[in-house]
Design a protein around this ligand. Structure first.
Ligand code: NI
Ligand code: MN
Length: 232
């Protein structure tokens, strides 16, 4: 019984939860300059795919992986329709605030303050984060691209999470200081920073973030280099 995450740089993860493979916001080489060991979309196993919003740095490899693997794609309604227009058939469409019981656990779409235009300019609906209550008991919050929001306190008040994946890049999302506050709001036991160092405007020092998280909030931070995994 375990949940293992592998980081590919930017916001891209694969997750193995008791043998079920998930891919989150697939953005692999050559588009993702940080992509771990040059990982490309044709090397990824997936039973499920989670897409937080329509921006290219989150959906770049969604269609190719979905078509090759036949995985079920979990996204908002509009992103799902964009995939359907490109021939992706196995969709599970949701909206913010809604939860659903999947084979790997319960997934709830959370509010994110951001944009969601698709790469071709079409409307991508509202951006989201996801809260996943895995069957083995691990609770993970993947914030997606978002500002710090006071709504994050609801996640903390509901009991908090074992792990929060929070953007720290600033410019397009919250920066390191706000990510510390977000970690406190959601009552995270530990935090992995994401969405930094991919492009010049989002350069950050993740080690400085982890130190600030420890000093200001007494919360453990884990810096994953692209290609590294974390198990909980
Ligand atoms: Ni975005
Ligand atoms: Mn992004």
């Amino acid at each position: 019984m375990s949940v293992s995450l592998k980081y590919y740089g930017h916001s891209t993860f694969t997750v193995n939860a008791d043998g079920v493979n998930l891919v989150i916001d697939p953005f692999f080489a050559p588009n993702n300059p940080l992509a771990a060991d040059g990982a490309t979309a044709d090397t990824i196993d997936a039973d499920f795919m989670i897409l937080t919003h329509g921006h290219g740095d989150h959906v770049a490899d969604a269609v190719s992986i979905a078509k090759r693997t036949g995985c079920q794609v979990i996204s908002n309604f509009e992103v799902g329709n964009w995939l359907a227009n490109q021939g992706v058939e196995n969709l599970h469409q949701m909206s913010t605030g809604g939860g659903y019981n999947f084979p790997f656990g319960r997934l709830k779409m959370t509010i994110a303050h951001h944009g969601s235009q698709m790469p071709d300019g079409s409307y991508g609906g509202n951006p989201a984060g996801v809260l996943i209550y895995f069957n083995d008991g691990a609770d993970i919050y993947f914030a997606g691209d978002t500002a710090l929001t006071y709504d994050m306190r609801l996640i903390g008040e509901a009991g908090g999470v074992d792990l929060a994946l929070l953007p720290i890049g600033d410019n397009f999302t919250m920066g390191p200081e706000d990510a510390v506050t977000a970690a406190q709001f959601v009552k995270a036991k530990r935090v992995i920073p994401i969405h930094y160092n991919t492009f010049p405007p989002i350069r950050q020092d993740p080690e400085a973030f982890v130190q600030m998280l420890q000093d200001a909030a007494d919360i453990e931070g884990i810096v994953l280099k692209p290609g590294e995994s974390y198990e909980l």
